[in-house]
Design a binder for this molecule. Structure first.
Ligand code: FE2
Length: 388
């Protein structure tokens, strides 16, 4: 996003605070304070930053007693000139950049309630059924504006459908090619989802599955999954998704203590269903960042291992909360379902959105191919498209 929300004007003033340990930039929009140490670390001069943007200095290169000795606004150039001691340097900052990176906000501390999500995320329930995010795969391969919109929908809703793709084995990789790279696992570069006579994993049978996130027993877990339909002549077997963030927030609204016990204690997950594999991870069902941001939901009845990190006194509460979260996830009011026809697929944020399959009959066939990928590539591609 271009940094043009704010232009330095003759009204822009700067003052030095607290013996030079901070400054205050004041304009008609208000006051933003910046610390001397923060400014020095983020200086844009060629001694501090390489041409590719990477920092050339370490924290040890900045004197601990760094302070600002002079401050001058040049409104015509939109620059702020600051003198730093004891280094004796004058460094020029772009005021637009400073405003865009201000951290002196009222909500930039402890005021946000645990479970908050950023404005880029919209929580949803079954009412999204009328507006399932979807796009045409061939169109996205040719139109970067459409691609940015579709990736933005994955960021916002945690899933999106694709239509009009080829009906060909391996076509799911062309979905990942839109933004990133396949995450190969012990299931292979891709995995088949269809009826097998000797299933090693319940995903390969005709049973319906409870909504879940995939592979919580990996650390790190795969953060994106593609499911791509090649055959669907069997009755039923619709795909279904549930917003895990919406479920966690509903749990919190109903019972804050239940939300609390699931976010404060780690569960354990395991998959040891094939020879030579013993995948194990220790993570909470509801994961919060240190500032309370809701950053992950893990829910998978098949691979929950014996939970041993919840204190005896809290275990009954943990199970009651787990049960209630499961009931919320199973509530049809939370689910969005859709049919995948051959050549159609969907991409799901596996850190947030649970997916499921309704039961289907044994007559006819249903064949999907799946693979994993990661959110970092998707976010990078989206940010680069938006900056272009
Ligand atoms: Fe799955």
């Amino acid at each position: 996003m271009p940094l043009r929300q704010w232009k330095a004007t003759d009204m822009t003033e700067v003052s030095i605070l607290e013996k030079g340990t901070a400054i205050a930039v004041v304009d008609e929009q208000g006051t933003k304070r910046f610390h001397a140490i923060w400014l020095r670390d983020n200086a844009p001069d060629t001694g501090t930053r390489a041409a590719n943007g990477q920092r050339l200095i370490t924290i040890a290169d900045i004197p601990a007693q760094t302070h600002i000795t002079s401050a001058r606004v040049d409104p015509g150039a939109g620059r702020l000139h600051l003198g730093f001691a004891p280094e004796g340097q004058e460094i020029s900052f772009d005021l637009d950049w400073l405003r865009a990176h201000a951290y002196d906000h009222a909500d930039n501390g402890t005021r946000r309630a645990p479970g908050w999500t950023p404005p880029s995320v919209t929580l949803w329930d079954s009412s999204l059924m009328n507006a399932v995010p979807s796009a045409s795969l061939p169109e996205l391969q040719q139109d970067e504006t459409a691609l940015a919109q579709w990736l933005g929908q994955v960021e916002r809703y945690g899933f999106a459908k694709l239509t009009d793709g080829p009906v060909a084995e391996g076509a799911l990789f062309s979905v990942v090619d839109l933004f990133g790279y396949v995450r190969e696992t012990n299931y292979g570069r891709l995995f088949e989802v269809r009826t097998e006579i000797n299933p090693t994993n319940l995903a390969f049978t005709g049973l319906g599955l409870q909504a879940h996130t995939d592979n919580p027993y990996r650390d790190p877990q795969p953060t994106l999954q593609v499911l791509y339909c090649l055959q669907s002549s069997a009755a039923g077997g619709d795909s279904m998704v549930v917003d895990g963030f919406a479920a966690a927030r509903r749990l919190k609204a109903e019972d804050p203590d239940a939300f609390d016990v699931l976010s404060r204690h780690c569960a354990r997950f395991e998959y040891a269903g094939e020879a030579g594999v013993r995948l194990q991870a220790r993570r909470p069902l509801i994961e919060l960042a240190p500032d309370g941001e809701l950053i992950g939901v893990r829910f998978n009845n098949r691979s929950l291992a014996a939970v041993t990190d919840v204190p005896f006194e809290a275990m009954e509460d943990w199970y009651a909360a787990y049960r209630r979260l499961g009931e919320i996830i199973d509530d049809p009011a939370m689910e969005v379902s859709f049919r995948l026809d051959p050549g159609e697929s969907f991409l799901v944020d596996n850190t947030r959105v649970l997916h499921a399959r309704k039961a289907y009959s044994g007559t006819g066939t249903r064949w999907l191919q799946g693979c994993y990928a990661d959110l970092d590539g998707l976010r990078s591609r989206l940010a680069a498209l938006r900056a272009a």
